[in-house]
Unconditional design. Sequence first.
Length: 462
Amino acid sequence: MHMSKHTIGLLLIAVVALGAMTGVAAAEGDLGVTVDDADGEPTVTVTENGTAVENATVNVSVVDPANESYAGASEYTTDANGTVGLSTPEEDVTVNVTAEYENDSTTTTIDLEAPDGLVIDVESTDGEPVVTVTDNDTAVENASVNVTTADGQNVTYADEGDYETDENGTVTLSAAEEDVTIDVTATDENESVSTTVDLETPEGLALDVSNTDGEPVVTVTDDDEAAENASVNVTTADGQNVTYVGEGSYETDENGTVTLNAAEANVTVDVTAGYENDTVSTTVDLTVDGGEAEDQSFGQLVQDFIDRLQDREGGIGAAVSDFVTENNPGNAPDHAGSPSGPDDAGNGSDADNGRNAGNASDGPGNAPDHAGQGNGNDGEQGPPDHTGQGNGNDGEQGPPDHAGPDGDDGDDTKEDDTDDADDADKSGEEGEDGAEDDDDDGNAGNGPGNGNGQGNGNGPQN
């Protein structure tokens, strides 16, 4: 196949044109520009095929000039290293950076951030405050720190004064003894920064008593941490007529707690905790959980009480004795009266000059209803037949026949009762009429029972 000279010429022109175009594209693709914003000092670098380009033109402009500004927005020329140093921005800003070299150019967009500069921070304001000074996020050693109490307060801070930061850029202050506001200023070289901080008194040793209507639980903490092996002393508060069975000294466990005995009666106690040269106290009202004691036998109550005393320091004998004495169900309440019975069940001499002593319902020793009353000659009731009737003349009830004859005066009659016996004789003769006059003559009643005779009066009875 033979091509004409004209065709060959056209092909050569096309090849040359394609090669030229390829060379231009390669040249344009080899020019590069980068921006390094390390340490707040932006640096622009221009390269061509990986080699630094000296005398390249660099143009820096703000993307949004209506809202942002940058003092370093300008035109620069790269040095022998292909770099240009830009100024540190005073505030964050977005810029376009364009590099031009031998009819070739390239552009990049970057966000420049203002450095933090000198910064001061105060932490642990409710404990021992720690002041930290940094410059562009780097710890500043040997920076000066000044601490003063803020104006307008009635308190002062014990650690007012001047300090110097250590290799970590920090200063540790003392915990505030009371809530206070302070001013803290840090200075490094020719730059300074200040802040105002509220310091709070740390909680320190704290005491809490829960479950006061059951087995109380005492919890001791130090700066919100459980205080193990803290001493706990429990006493009954003054001015009470009861004592708390859980009085004594205790020591907290690994959880900072002590479990006490349940109160046997409503009582107020004082609780004091001691830990590392610090003490704290509180007063607590303990109450009885109603109904529990009523459902248990007395023996079970005593056993439970002894079980609760096992962890108590010292002997338990006195406490057990007091508990038994105070809680023995055999102790009669005050309203039950004396063992001898109700107050109004006294002897005949106590009431109405003996008028009512002969009544069967008035006191112990009275004969039962079927025994009858000791009336004289005409009494409708009397002792059983085998006991014999008393002598109507002297108003006495005689012994049984086998016991021997009655005496004229009666074995149970005293000389000073002669007049009363005569009166009784008259009453016996008068019968029913004499019974109506018993208010005047009086019922027998020199003691418990019915009159002078055992169970039978000397005169008519009601």
